[in-house]
Design a protein around this ligand. Structure first.
Ligand SMILES: NC(=O)c1ccc[n+]([C@@H]2O[C@H](COP(=O)([O-])OP(=O)(O)OC[C@H]3O[C@@H](n4cnc5c(N)ncnc54)[C@H](O)[C@@H]3O)[C@@H](O)[C@H]2O)c1
Length: 283
């Protein structure tokens, strides 16, 4: 194993999934978040997900063994011995910029730093530190432990060595990768965010109900989840931030956020993670 110690910064919806993926593939994971509550919740979610998977016979990971590979901390400085770092904090440029600036100071200069963002151009992250060639985009899909593919994004400065390192790390976790050029939303979210936002406009305009829109996509196109279920899974706050980034970067009206999306986010209805969004969930 080339990257024994993986640093995962941000323990929310996606960071906890990234931490689980690498812990269950035998890496030592330093999971960092500024919120102790988020770290506790991540640990609980990971243990529950693993127990549920065992019950359903989806995998044979030993819960205690996986948890033993996880080292939770609020201290970013503990990443000094990491072999690879993946940042997964809130989709907000100012928050991410500050974290990347600190990461450049804390981690060894030969260590790749990945930004896991839904839409922010990866080249921006490279511009934050003195070694932009080691910065790469790694877009993990939700739910991370179940998804076979990672979208890897090459920023303007990203070196071939860093791309090779990111692909090697993904392989170590038993996953595949596809490398794409830098663009707001990359390939997946440039299309997917547009689709979920447009589905919200259909609800907003009274064209069809939430369950009917989702059923149409599932039964007509064979999608596993409808667009509104997908939006709830991602987190409506993250969808709003992502579509705002793509809108701002491309300056194209087709990405203007649906007013209903804004209203739900302002109301604190962020989807699965808060128990309410387009649907209601048991927390
Ligand atoms: N949710 C998805 O489906 C999905 C998919 C792919 C990529 N992403 C991207 O991953 C990133 C995280 O998304 P999420 O859905 O997990 O968000 P989230 O809101 O669930 O979690 C964000 C976490 O970042 C932590 N955080 C915020 N500021 C911090 C700081 N200064 N230091 C340390 N931790 C800090 C928060 O406490 C929180 O636990 C975003 O950039 C998002 O666009 C999300």
């Amino acid at each position: 194993m080339r990257f024994r110690r993986v640093g995962v910064v941000g323990a929310g919806v996606i960071g906890s999934g990234v931490a689980q993926l690498f812990a269950q593939s035998g890496h030592d994971v330093a999971l960092i978040d500024s919120s102790k509550a988020a770290l506790q919740e991540a640990r609980r979610t990971i243990a529950n997900t693993l127990k549920m998977a065992r019950l359903l016979d989806h995998n044979t990971h030993d819960v205690e063994q996986v948890i033993a590979h996880l080292h939770a901390s609020t201290d970013l400085e503990s990443l000094g011995n990491a072999d690879f770092v993946i940042e997964n904090v809130t989709e907000d440029w100012e928050i991410k910029r500050a974290i990347h600036a600190r990461l450049h100071a804390v981690v060894r200069t030969d260590v790749p730093i990945a930004a896991n963002t839904s839409a922010i151009p990866v080249t921006r992250f490279g511009s934050v530190g003195h070694h932009p060639q080691r910065v790469v985009g790694m877009h993990f899909m939700n739910p991370v432990p179940l998804m076979p593919m990672v979208e890897i994004i090459r920023g303007v400065h990203t070196s071939d060595e860093t791309i090779a390192a990111a692909r090697a790390l993904v392989t170590e976790a038993g996953r595949e990768s596809i490398v794409v050029a830098d663009s707001p939303g990359f390939v997946t979210n440039r299309v997917m965010m547009l689709m979920v936002n447009e589905a919200m406009f259909l609800v907003h305009e009274g064209v069809a109900s939430v369950p009917d829109i989702d059923r149409l996509f599932k039964t007509c196109f064979g999608h596993k989840m409808g667009p509104l279920e997908t939006a709830d899974l991602i987190g409506l706050d993250t969808v709003l931030k992502s579509i705002e980034v793509i809108y701002g970067e491309l300056n194209d009206d087709k990405y203007r956020p649906c007013p209903l999306l804004r209203k739900l986010v302002y109301a604190g209805k962020h989807g699965r993670k808060t128990g309410k969004g387009f649907y209601e969930y048991e927390c």
